[in-house]
Design a protein. Structure first.
Length: 205
């Protein structure tokens, strides 16, 4: 147990005051248990590793964490549902002409800021597989002049239906097929296209 999971052993020994008991004087155990900050960091790291590697499921389907796992699931299932979802997302983004191909080996220089992008996968209630290309938005501050709501509240829908009926208006509903890109960036940014982009690979700016 100490060899396989020293963090859990150290936490257990510290909480139950076994550090000075016979049989618990393992090499490095006391040092690890007494280093509270380091111990908590190791525990959180272990939990995060477990979370990231734990299989995720939606609507009866296993959802991949990244492109490599998506391709593995397609191979296991004998289909191409996740790859088709990725291609659909990239084709829709390409319709916006969001990317400018700079070619393989392009050196952006110091004027460009490199950002990370990755695919986020999900399964709809009807079994449709969806993939979204997202950037590392968690690394930047949310601008106060750019706010949106991704879902309408039930109260808001009821108010709209009430006002429509009250004024004799027809109520229409629609679905956005793809997340929109707001506008051109003020900064010069670039990405390195990964395997999910297929061929040709095109860094974007």
């Amino acid at each position: 147990m100490w060899i396989d999971d020293p963090v859990t052993v150290a936490v257990y020994a510290r909480d139950n005051r076994f550090l000075n008991e016979p049989g618990w004087k393992l090499p490095g155990l006391k040092k690890m248990a007494k280093t509270q900050r380091k111990l908590l960091r190791l525990v959180n790291k272990a939990k995060l590793h477990s979370f990231r590697n734990k299989p995720a499921c939606m609507c009866g389907f296993q959802v991949p964490h990244d492109h490599i796992e998506a391709m593995e699931l397609d191979h296991m299932n004998g289909d191409s549902m996740w790859r088709d979802a990725e291609i659909t997302e990239l084709n829709q983004i390409d319709e916006y002409k969001s990317f400018i191909d700079k070619g393989v080996g392009f050196n952006p220089g110091s004027d460009f800021k490199k950002i990370r992008v990755h695919m986020v996968c999900a399964v709809k209630h009807d079994g449709r597989h969806k993939a979204r290309l997202v950037a590392g938005g968690h690394l930047t501050e949310t601008p106060i002049d750019s706010a949106c709501s991704s879902a309408a509240s039930l109260r808001g829908i009821r108010i709209l239906a009430f006002l429509g009926e009250l004024n004799g208006l027809k109520a229409w509903s629609t679905d956005i097929g793809n997340a929109y890109l707001e506008t051109c960036t003020r900064e010069k940014v670039c990405i390195v296209a990964g395997a999910e982009f297929g061929q040709p690979q095109f860094p974007a700016n």
